[in-house]
Design a protein around this ligand. Structure first.
Ligand code: FAD
Length: 473
């Protein structure tokens, strides 16, 4: 047995060092784009054990690959093919360490499932607003390492903005105890913000202190139909002006996505006669007064938009069940699109002022270059984030479609760059976007990132080949 495997087994016990078939689920990413091999898959039970694992890996020069729920979309949690890496599963670090309702904070370990954190907050009469399609299986450490976004960013911000303090195992195997519950703390460089979004390339997050918010008294959801992205952007400005902080979600959905979902799941229906408009928006209003107030607020805002000709039709949910049905339409898109075969995904963000022109010009350029390619565009328009996804033309094989993936991505990302956008809004760089970064990121910015990496991970063992290209040894 490899000496490092022996040392890991001695430190953690044989049950926590997986072998054979038990390792298989952790070797492939959610999208099944990457498969790797590992020297060991380990399950430490607390921060001290994580630190021991990292110290042993540093002594043996072995790469460390942290893994949470393995729902990431960019291959960040999958080991490479070398078989030298140690995959560190955080799932046993799953305790809620405490809730402080006076300070409106919750302290949780990295392996807590996001939904469990939401539930614990709700049980204490508070809201933990991070919300995304994978919330039943992704873990808070993965959310923070990838600075996850989701559907509530418009009102509450992304994972970074919801975090006050961190506990981190550094690349040298020390434990940084930074679990502060402070909203103000200007005592130097912000290490917390360095580790958040670093995708496991600087250290391992073992716990976090997170912000809580008041639970809304009433929530209403509406689906509106509209004629163009320009109108959706104008409607967003109106909705924000009218509803202010009560507007908690604003999701754009294109007609092809709606058609795909209603075909794949016939029990799901649009609240309108037919899907005749090219675009739809799902909005959510969270009210701190009453059901009646929420309804009145929504009616006024939607009525004004109808009168101004910004929107063509609107349906407001009358119950929690109707709200859930509307959200299900939105949340079924990823799986319905997956049913069409291989998909070329882009997780992009743009200034709202450039959104409409970007969609129009990029759709047209794609059709010129790849006639028949099908756009499945949807996303968190409220914060300028589109999932600009593409599926193969009718009759084309998966292989023929995927063979052109890099050309398609190049066209889309060049267009994003030309419109002052970002090629990764919320999913991160991981392995998928690592080769694209030098083309779109400022040279100095990249050089500074490399210096930070060298300072915090001098041996280069933390998740190598993710975010930044591996430097020559
Ligand atoms: C159906 C579906 C919908 C999704 N919707 C959204 C969405 O709306 N918004 C969004 O942002 N994302 C979304 N995602 C992507 C994904 O769920 C999120 O990125 C999530 O935050 C990843 O969490 P995880 O625990 O699965 O992390 P993993 O996939 O296990 O890991 C992600 C990255 O973080 C690193 N990592 C994991 N844990 C730690 C740790 N404790 N310390 C240091 N590094 C660590 C890994 O090495 C890897 O680089 C979606 C995914 C699916 C499948």
């Amino acid at each position: 047995m490899a000496p490092l495997r022996v040392a890991l087994t001695q430190a953690l016990g044989v049950a926590q060092v997986l072998a054979g078939d038990d390792c298989v689920p952790y070797m492939t990413d959610w999208r099944k784009q990457y498969s790797g091999r590992a020297l060991a898959v380990v399950r430490p039970g607390n921060a001290e054990e994580v630190a021991t694992v990292v110290r042993l890996c540093a002594q043996h020069g072995a790469p460390v690959v942290p893994q949470g729920g393995n729902t990431g979309q960019v291959g960040g949690a999958t080991p490479d093919a070398s078989g030298r890496s140690v995959v560190v599963l955080l799932s046993r670090l799953n305790r809620i360490r405490g809730i402080d309702t006076d300070n409106d904070t919750i302290t949780v370990e990295a392996g807590c499932i996001l939904q469990a954190v939401q539930d614990a907050a709700r049980a204490a009469g508070r809201l933990f607003p991070l919300s995304l399609g994978a919330e039943g299986s992704c873990m808070i450490g993965g959310n923070l390492a990838s600075n996850a976004g989701g559907t509530q960013v418009l009102r509450y911000g992304n994972a970074r903005e919801l975090t006050l303090g961190l506990e981190v195992v550094t690349a040298e195997g020390d434990v940084w105890h930074g679990l502060r519950g402070l909203r103000k703390d200007n005592t130097g460089y912000d290490l917390r913000d360095l580790y958040i979004g670093s995708e496991g390339t600087l250290g391992i997050i073992t716990a976090a202190t997170l912000k809580l918010h008041p639970l809304p008294v009433a929530q209403r959801t509406a689906l509106v139909a509209l004629g163009s992205v320009e109108r959706a952007v104008a409607f967003l400005a109106r909705a924000r002006a009218r509803l202010g902080a009560s507007l908690t979600a604003f999701e754009l959905i294109s007609r092809p996505c709606i058609e795909l979902v209603t075909r794949a799941y016939p029990q799901q229906r649009l609240p309108f006669a037919a899907a005749s408009s090219p675009w739809y928006v799902l909005l959510e209003l969270s009210d701190s007064e009453s059901e009646a107030h929420a309804r009145a607020q929504f009616e006024t805002a939607l009525g004004a938009a109808l009168e101004a000709g910004e929107i063509e039709d609107a349906a407001i949910s009358e119950s929690a069940a109707q709200s859930e049905a509307l959200w299900r339409l939105r949340e079924s898109i990823t799986l319905a699109v997956a049913g069409e075969g291989k998909c070329i995904k882009h997780d992009i963000s743009l200034p709202l002022s450039r959104m409409a022109v970007f969609v129009r010009s990029t759709d047209a350029e794609l059709q010129r270059a790849f006639p028949g390619i099908r756009n499945m565009t949807f996303g968190h328009l409220g914060d300028g984030n589109l999932h600009y996804n593409l599926v193969k033309m009718a009759g084309q094989s998966d292989d023929a479609f995927i063979a052109r993936q890099s050309e398609v991505c190049r066209l889309v990302h060049d267009s994003v760059h030309a419109h002052a956008g970002s090629i990764s809004a919320e999913q991160g760089v991981g392995r998928t976007r690592v080769d694209d970064l030098p083309r779109y990121k400022d040279e100095l910015e990249l050089a500074l990132m490399r210096r930070i990496k060298r300072a915090l991970d001098p041996q280069g063992i933390m998740n190598p080949g993710k975010v930044l290209k591996q430097e020559a040894e």
